[in-house]
Design a protein around this ligand. Structure first.
Ligand SMILES: Nc1ncnc2c1ncn2[C@@H]1O[C@H](COP(=O)(O)OP(=O)(O)OP(=O)(O)O)[C@@H](O)[C@H]1O
Ligand SMILES: [Mg+2]
Length: 226
């Protein structure tokens, strides 16, 4: 599904240059569950944003489902994202002024589905993560765990084939963290490819492959014997 070849990402500001990614080679197969680990600043989020086509590499090749991504323009990237990707962030990123249901509907923005169909999909996604009863509430009225599950509903409402999660359990207590992991596991069993950044070795163990990063490089990529 994904082939990265010699990907570099250099951030330049007036004074400093940071090599966030240094020569990353990575293949991810359809249906895999991959965990990315490594110390703060090693490039995990930059790698995830690269996979998610919201950050462009400075050099290197990125093939997504056989298509070269690095020379696509913004509109083509937006289409690829819309049709294939779902994002889950550490900080939930729900919009305070919208209800939970409206937040999830944002995951369908630009999709030309009829209103009735949209509402049914939103309701199904919220039920799936166990916050259907909170559809009309606002984010601040929900617990952290519920907000994160609503954020997952937003990510999956368009039925993406690739789910990218950046520390999805980072702001949760262990019980809510387990619930989020259970949801990700079941999405993976149903066929979604998942790439998840985590600081938790326990949550990384859920994945079938673990990638360890250090200083912008992949240092270990190991599959778990199943
Ligand atoms: N927009 C940016 N401009 C300049 N430097 C950046 C930018 N984004 C990231 N960096 C730098 O790139 C490096 C990798 O950052 P990244 O956010 O990918 O780390 P991370 O592994 O996700 O860390 P954490 O575990 O703290 O989230 C860091 O040194 C960071 O300061
Ligand atoms: Mg990060």
């Amino acid at each position: 599904m994904i082939v990265l070849a010699d990907i570099h990402r250099l951030f330049r500001s007036d004074e400093v240059e940071t090599s966030a990614l240094r020569s990353i080679d990575l293949n991810i197969e359809e249906g895999e569950f991959v965990a990315i680990m490594g110390p703060s600043g090693c490039g995990k989020s930059t790698l995830l944003n690269t996979l998610g086509m919201i950050d462009r590499p400075t050099s290197g090749r990125y093939l997504f489902k056989g298509q070269e991504v690095t020379d696509l323009d913004e509109a083509a990237l937006a289409r690829l994202r819309r049709d294939n990707l779902g994002f889950v962030f550490q900080s939930f990123n729900l919009i305070d002024e919208l209800t939970i249901s409206e937040n999830v509907e944002l995951g369908l923005v630009y999709r030309r589905w009829a209103g009735k169909d949209r509402r049914a999909r939103v309701a199904a996604a919220l039920d799936r993560v166990g916050v259907g009863h909170r559809a009309r509430h606002y984010p601040h009225q929900l617990s952290g765990g519920q907000q994160q599950r609503a954020a997952i509903a937003r990510a999956i409402v368009g039925q993406p084939s690739l789910i990218l999660a950046d520390e999805p359990t980072g702001n949760l207590d262990s019980e809510n963290g387990e619930q989020v992991m259970d949801i990700l596991k079941s999405l993976n069993r149903e066929g979604a490819t998942i790439v998840m950044v985590t600081h938790s070795p326990k949550h990384a163990d859920v994945a079938e492959r673990r990638i360890d990063m250090l200083d912008g490089r992949v240092v270990i990529s190991a599959s778990r014997a199943i």
